[in-house]
Design a protein around this ligand. Structure first.
Ligand code: UDP
Length: 320
């Protein structure tokens, strides 16, 4: 297939682009490099630098079999302070994309949605049938896009899949997480191991969990990428399917830090800090629907392996 990967210079987008190329697809990456890195675009992909809202019509006019839409603003804190950036950057851009796909008859869409669409869960593990009540603007914009996709699929025959990611981690060789503003737990802990940060702050030790710290479902970025390929293969015209992607197992902040100590051999000092606004205590996915419909099975669920891949990537970049 000839596929357009928006945000293919970012973390998840670049890993997916690499896997699509390995699977024999033709890949074009569209990215404005606002947060991505041009050197993350895998060799073999054609790269177009541009703002989706401005160029998407011209790009899709050359004819594509599908779009994988990763490009987005994704910082929860920033989304609360500057919501307009998220409603414009995420929602308006997605509508421009959907309209251009309709105009040029692009048949398939895979969209990067998020567990943040659910908000504070009423049941854990979280199924796709759980109520959606996002607690932050980032999640609200992703949910709005999911709703838009549902109506475009029904009205215009789009074959669409939204994948709701839980906590993506790990790396694929030289492609990994390198955000200018890093807020995610594993890369921050690894910065301590590299000596770039004195300690890791634990955001709250008084949560209603076994060790008092928040529990999350960490999924390897390669397992996530594989789900995108399966979603493309299984998409049906006129249907919008939604799948949660996680391992179904939760790890606490303290367990993650302990794993990082074990993998890096560094003592990694940790300091308890106040809770972070908007954090639910426990977020764990039920990925049963993805298993049943797509035959998707995470192959790299072990947290030690996930941290090891992230550490190898981080250390190699540091030493380079
Ligand atoms: N966290 C933490 N210290 C940090 C960064 C994150 O204790 O410096 C916690 C955070 O409160 C959450 C978990 O680690 O419970 C995962 O946070 P992350 O930002 O990686 O992902 P999120 O679950 O917010 O998508």
């Amino acid at each position: 297939m000839k596929l357009l990967v928006t945000g293919g210079a970012g973390y998840v987008g670049s890993v997916c682009a690499a896997r699509l190329l390995e699977a024999g697809h033709e890949v074009v990456v569209l990215d404005d490099l606002s947060t991505g890195h041009e050197d993350a675009v895998p060799a073999g992909a054609r790269f177009i630098r541009g703002d989706i809202a401005e160029v998407i019509g011209d790009v899709l006019a050359e004819g594509f079999d599908g779009v994988l839409h990763f490009a987005a603003k994704s910082l929860v804190g920033e989304s609360m302070q500057d919501p307009g950036k998220y409603w414009t950057g995420n929602v308006l851009t997605a509508i421009r994309l959907l309209d251009a796909m309709k105009e040029h008859g692009t048949p398939k869409l895979v969209f990067s949605s998020t567990a943040a669409t659910y908000g504070e869960p009423r049941e854990v593990p979280i199924p796709e049938t759980a109520p959606t009540a996002p607690t932050n603007t980032y999640g609200a914009t992703k949910l709005a896009i999911d709703h838009a996709i549902t109506s475009y699929a029904a009205a215009h025959g789009l074959a669409a899949t939204s994948l709701r990611y839980f906590n993506v981690a790990g790396a694929y060789g030289s492609i990994g997480e390198r955000h200018a503003t890093e807020t995610h737990l594993i890369p921050l802990v690894l910065q301590v191991a590299l000596g770039q940060r004195e300690h890791i702050s634990i955001y709250g030790e008084d949560w209603p969990t076994e060790d008092g710290t928040c529990v999350r479902d960490y999924i390897h970025v390669l397992d996530l990428a594989d789900a995108h390929l399966l979603a493309l293969e299984n998409a049906t015209a006129g249907e919008h399917r939604i799948y949660n992607l996680g391992n179904g197992t939760g790890f606490s902040v303290k367990q993650v830090i302990d794993t990082c100590r074990e993998v890096t051999g560094h003592p990694i000092p940790a300091v308890v800090a106040p809770r972070r606004a908007g954090d639910p205590a426990v977020l764990v996915a039920s990925a049963e629907r993805a298993r049943a419909d797509l035959g998707w099975k995470p192959e790299r669920a072990d947290i030690t392996g996930i941290v090891r891949d992230a550490w190898e990537f981080t250390r190699a970049r540091h030493e380079a």
